[in-house]
Design a protein around this ligand. Structure first.
Ligand code: AMP
Length: 219
């Protein structure tokens, strides 16, 4: 399965990408995760990306395009890929098309996960992430059993630096201006499926599976 999950910050792309990566045996490729790891490791890439990320701005196209070109050429992508958070601009989408042509791994589907803006702000401001395994929680909708501790691996939970209200509003504006045009771009190519991103994790994953032509009730 070769898939892009498109949608605003907080739409649940990361959660769904993890689920489908497990199901299809294909890697989840999140440029946000790769960049956060680079920041944590203090690499050159991390130093370049940090100020953009802290402001909720996009990291320059040439930086993220380079990351994706390298990542998609790794052997685990032979089984497919689930792109989460890339592409985010038309230039990134064009560069991606070129890379996918070069490695002969064309897209199967682009799923746009759609959620009203007020819900996104609520979701993002309550989001907590495990430092150890990346599992996501929400302080109200999906809290961990013990506050601040991951149910799965016992590591501590943290709030992302860019999950504060002002930065969230900015990230949503950036999404509307720079990323939303990709919905029409992929629709014109006949690759787009739109799904409603409200409801339980399970309900949303069923909608995605249907959009991919996979009936979840079958093994
Ligand atoms: P995310 O985890 O996908 O919400 O990404 C967090 C931050 O990483 C974004 O707000 C951007 O600063 C940066 N980022 C992630 N993916 C991209 C991308 N495809 N293009 C530019 N910046 C990105």
């Amino acid at each position: 399965m070769r898939l892009i999950l498109l949608g605003p910050p907080g739409a649940g792309k990361g959660t769904q990408a993890k689920l489908f990566a497990g199901r299809f045996g294909a890697p989840q490729i999140s440029t946000g995760d790769i960049l956060r790891q680079a920041v944590a490791d203090g690499t050159d890439l991390g130093r370049k990306a940090r100020s953009f990320m802290d402001q909720g701005a996009l990291v320059p196209d040439e930086v993220v395009i380079g990351i994706i070109e390298e990542r998609l050429r790794k052997p685990d992508c032979a089984r497919g890929y689930i792109l989460d958070g890339f592409p985010r601009t038309l230039r990134q989408a064009e560069a991606l098309s070129q890379t996918l042509r070069a490695i002969q791994a064309p897209l199967d589907r682009v799923v746009s996960v759609e959620v009203p803006e007020d819900d996104l702000v609520r979701r993002l401001s309550g989001r907590r992430v495990c430092r150890g395994c990346g599992q996501m929680y929400h302080v109200e909708a999906n809290p961990s059993r013990q506050a601040g501790v991951c149910d799965k691996c016992g590591d501590s939970l943290y709030q992302r630096d860019d999950d504060t209200e002002e930065t969230i509003r900015h990230r949503l504006r950036v999404y509307r201006e720079q990323t939303e045009p990709l919905i029409a771009y992929y629709d014109q190519k006949g690759l787009l499926a739109r799904i409603e991103g409200c409801g339980s994790i399970e309900e949303i994953s069923q909608r995605i599976a249907r959009a991919l032509g996979r009936d979840e009730s079958r093994p």
